[in-house]
Design a protein around this ligand. Sequence first.
Ligand code: GCU
Length: 708
Amino acid sequence: MIIFLYFITGTQWASGQNKLDGSELWFTHMETIESASFACPSFIWIPQSSPTFTIIHKELKSGLNKLYNREVKDVSRLNSNGLCVGTSSQKDLSSYFKKEELSVLGNDGYIIRTTGNNVTIIIANTDLGALYGTYHYLRYLQTDNTHKANFDIVEVPSYQRRILNHWDNLDGTVERGYAGHSIWQWKDLPQKISPGYIEYARANASIGINGTVLNNVNANPAVLSIEYLKKVKTLADIFRPYGIKVYLSINFSSPSVLGGLTTADPLNKDVRIWWQDKAKQIYSLIPDFGGFVVKANSEGLPGPQDFGRTHADGANMLADVLESYGGIIMWRAFVYNPNGNDRAKQAYNEFKPLDGKFRKNVILQVKNGPVDFQPREPFSPLFGAMQHTTLMPELQITQEYLGFSDHLVYLGTLFKEFLNSDTYTNGRNSTVSRITDGSVYDDSITAVAGVANIGLDSNWCGHHFAQANWYAFGRLAWNHQLSARKIAKEWLMQTFSHDQDFLNQMSGVMMESREATVNYMTPLGLHHLMGWGHHYGPEPWCEISGARPDWLPTYYHKADSIGVGFNRSSSGSNAVSQYAEPLLSVYNDPALCPEELLLWFHHLPWNYELINGRDLWSELCYRYSMGVEQVKYFQCTWNSLQSKVDKNRFNDVQNKLAIQLKEAIWWRDACLLYFQTFSHRPIPSQLDQPKSKLEDLKELKFLKTHHN
Ligand code: GCU
């Protein structure tokens, strides 16, 4: 009942009023299509009923009404000029399709096809497949420019589980969240339900996301208390018709902290029984509960190693407990210790020996790069190396190291660069995407996770353009073959405008934005130069007495009078040895190593000559300056498009770009002035010279609370 009420009142789309404050996400620009490629159907037939089909019906009626300004009639049979949505169990519909084409759709895939009599059918094997097909149909009407008369679309998702990871704490704060407080109102649940929950589910379903981990990987054990589980159940009930499964991050020591046991040893009988009872309780409340994410023996959190057990012992115990319920364990590979060993090598060293030792319902969740969501990293060498273990990529949508919600940085290009990276572990074309989507290995589970950038801010993500990163994650989780540019344009059209000039200009800005950020923050493979703790702004000089060395920038850049960069070649930490040939040899040799990763793998002299003939120092100066120029160009482009954007969002983005430019200059000046104390070389005279002094920049203190 509650669901129904919010269904009517809760969505922005249903209200028919565009607020233009970003709250409508990519449903903002749903306006009458003037030059529509497709005629509006005259009738809708939805032969089945279920909560999901109720959503489908409502989305179609309201969507078509907005797009064509027409009230489309409901009918109860296939009519010419009609649109029909159903599952393959519906004989009237499935008879139009071959058995084989329906069987490959699996659970979530769909076909949208115009048959004779000008009838368009959206068919899937499940209600949820039909929902995804419906959202795609509406998206296609708005964004397609091929002007074909008929539909013939077949889509099957790249990954089975397409999951958002919220790093939301039970007290309402969000770790690395830059869009306000958590959207989960734990205090009010389960009694009071925020309308935002439905909007959240709808937005995710519209791009194919089908799972959400509600709480921070640094998990508070209390989330497994019955009090919280009842709240979680309420959310799961709301999300179910939209196909969003709920998962939880758990704290490995829950049996002792929450259950009062003397140990959390995974091989202890009482511990196992505690987890079994807990699972029983969870599944009695939430029968389709997805499973657990576990951050164990990482950054000080408890784990099986505290009891002399391995990661596999810990993961398998939990996997056995969830197995009969169909639950999975997403065990994170983000482990490293200040043990003197190169941090970039540690996850591989820890997990590679355990390859093949994990249960089938365990999936190792591996961050895209070997360190930590830097503006640019090579892919983690675990991808491809674990040939007998299922792996899932973890991407970061929230911009922890990329200017929070203040900088316009479109991550579609970063995600694509990673997914397209060839690991060469199983011959050529063993790209990360093919390694993880079941194409190379016969994985029974496939999944991908993105750390969410969502909060209570009215525009959900803090920066209007940060919504594009949530959108891009969902679209790539659905289809990793889509290009970053196509996704950017699709998003711009639905969010801002169909104006061709606007689309070309702003998709250009988006496509360049990540590289610009790499340039003004960490060009040529530099990494982790940001301030300690908060990770905002440049502090390559940062030294904190007593701090872990592997949390400090000097550990990563290793600047000295000779040069700069981390020697991970065979003469250094030999991290290159974790990559397959020919990558190993390519990364090992500075002359072959891609320039964008040069200082990731090599410590090179300031006068090292690059392909373009410049020495390393000058090239650093050029790249940092180029980043600043790129932001100036973003600013000019945005300003030139003022007449094409509503006032509110125009001003918001304009203000953010002003911050971004100021901070790009801050990054450039701080890094160049600091590195200059080692290189003792001048900044080339053609380039803008820093206006500040290094001493003054060192005094700048960033307060995280200003941004959160
Ligand atoms: C980074 C981040 C932490 C987070 C951790 C993780 O280190 O700064 O806030 O908890 O990653 O992914 O576990």
